[in-house]
Ligand binder design. Structure first.
Ligand code: GDP
Length: 334
């Protein structure tokens, strides 16, 4: 006997009651590319929206090996011990689930994954960065409606993903190591500029002094950066995710930041800007995918590409012809 699928209202009620099984099912719908799943997902999101937004959204980035999983595990346990409910999400658009990929392997967060006040969800599977990011952003809404008041979003700090994570979080934390230069760590200056705090991890054992030195160096480096829009002066801290040292200071810093941006109203301003950004992102994404998924366009693309390569057609004329074909095709469908 097949089970009846849940109705939208059953999904929404389950989520609002904090039912994790139903939350997970709803997230699966969000992540699905099937139009009928997307349809239900969008209705669920719409009904959850009024119950969302009341959380601290924290982006966590750093190169593989810096200790992100360890940090999320120990800081996560600390935060839930204070009575918070924590959701851990990830953005990892890489198709290869190699070692170092995020949250692919839940055993990396042994304690947190069985904590009743934590919810861990790996990155949506491979797709365009924009697509993966949109799904994560929608998942944030569902998690908040389910009562999670702290959201971690993890990403590997080597590519484009941090910019996109930055566009959906309130606070951006960059994990670094002492001893390795910025270049070695693959951290671009732009990523450092986005950070509301930098934490030198692995400040334990005979690494404590070096971590402290690195902390001073990064502090000095940050002095040279232009002032932030929020008026917040980014902090540099040290911690040991492994030995659970300095995690309380990081949490305190995040709370100080939240007070700061609530007082000067930057918090709401940034959330508004992000909502706007995501509206346009979604429009752009869907226009693009609608164009490239169009059967007629799909057929023509290869031919046009070849003609451009053979210099029988200029790039611009090719683009214009293709777009006109697409518009014509849209009109005929109406
Ligand atoms: P990720 O790739 O950024 O998620 O890094 P992991 O959390 O998997 O950590 C990479 C390695 O560094 C593991 O062997 C950890 O045990 C180790 N590690 C993480 N945090 C610390 C720390 O605070 N101190 C020390 N000594 N080792 C750590």
């Amino acid at each position: 006997k097949r089970k009846q699928p849940l109705t939208v209202d059953q999904y929404v009620d389950g989520i609002l009651q904090g039912n994790r099984t139903i939350l997970s099912k709803a997230v699966t719908l969000v992540e699905s590319n099937k139009p009928e799943h997307q349809q239900i997902a969008q209705e669920i999101i719409l009904k959850c929206l009024p119950h969302s937004g009341r959380s601290i959204r924290i982006g966590i980035t750093g190169v593989p090996g810096v200790g992100k999983s360890t940090f999320i595990e120990s800081t996560g346990k600390y935060i839930t011990s204070l009575g918070h409910k924590l959701a851990v999400l990830a953005i990892d658009p890489s198709s290869e689930r190699s070692k170092g990929s995020i949250l692919g392997d839940k055993t990396r967060m042994e304690e947190l994954s069985i904590d009743p006040n934590a919810y861990i969800r790996p990155s949506p599977s491979a797709g365009s960065l924009g697509g993966v990011a949109r799904k994560t952003r929608e998942t944030i809404i569902l998690c908040e409606a389910a009562g999670f008041d702290v959201i971690f979003i993890e990403t590997v700090g080597v590519g484009q993903s941090e910019t996109v994570v930055h566009s959906m979080v309130d606070f951006f934390l960059l994990l670094m190591l002492s001893g390795a230069g910025d270049e070695l760590q693959g951290i671009k200056r732009g990523i450092m500029e986005m950070a509301d705090a930098i934490t030198i991890n692995k400040a334990d054992g005979d690494n404590v002094d070096r971590a402290e030195m690195a902390r001073v160096q990064y502090m000095n480096a940050l002095q040279l950066f232009p002032p932030t829009d929020s008026g917040w002066k980014p902090k540099v801290l040290t911690c040991s995710a492994f030995r659970k040292i300095g995690l309380d200071k990081i949490w305190q810093t995040i709370n100080d930041y939240m007070s700061h941006v609530n007082e000067n109203q930057y918090f709401q301003h940034k959330r508004n800007e992000q909502s706007k950004f995501w509206m346009y992102e979604t429009i752009n994404d869907q226009l693009k995918s609608n164009f490239y998924q169009n059967p007629q366009i799909k057929k023509l693309l290869a031919t046009f590409e070849e003609q451009v390569l053979n210099e029988e057609l200029s790039s611009f004329v090719a683009a214009k012809d293709l777009l006109e074909t697409y518009y014509q095709n849209q009109k005929e469908q109406e």
